[in-house]
Design a protein around this ligand. Structure first.
Ligand SMILES: [Cu+2]
Length: 126
């Protein structure tokens, strides 16, 4: 049983998106429900350490952002925490990854990573 848990942990770690150490600097709460992702547009600046805290208000859904290597189940009664480093500017389509019923295909959105300001405008933290 313990071994199974360890193996599951390893498998989870292997398919995670680029993560980071320390606390996030952006925490975004998200709700999945029949049949929407709220908010369906998440805008983060390049370089941000992002934490998505995702819950469902009805059945099991899945939060997937293939371009950021994110795909995690979101189960009733549980909170799914997804961490990623917003490395590359762009628009990343987001969708539900678990067939949840009639309106499953409507459960879409996007994560937008906006370019960071020019180097000269970036505050220096050393
Ligand atoms: Cu779904």
């Amino acid at each position: 049983m313990l071994l199974a848990l360890i193996l599951m942990g390893l498998l989870t770690a292997c398919r995670q998106s680029p993560t980071y150490s320390g606390p996030p600097n952006l925490v975004i709460h998200m709700l999945m429900k029949k049949w929407a992702i709220v908010p369906n547009r998440v805008v983060v600046p390049q370089g941000a350490k992002v934490e998505l805290i995702v819950v469902t208000s009805d059945v099991e859904h899945g939060i997937a952002v293939p371009g950021l290597a994110i795909n995690e189940p979101v189960q009733p009664g549980w909170t799914t925490v997804v961490r990623f480093l917003a490395q590359k500017p762009g628009t990343y389509p987001m969708r539900c990854s678990i067939a949840c019923g009639r309106g499953h295909d409507q459960m879409t959105g996007e994560v937008i990573v906006t370019p960071s300001p020019p180097v000269s405008m970036t505050p220096v933290h050393k």
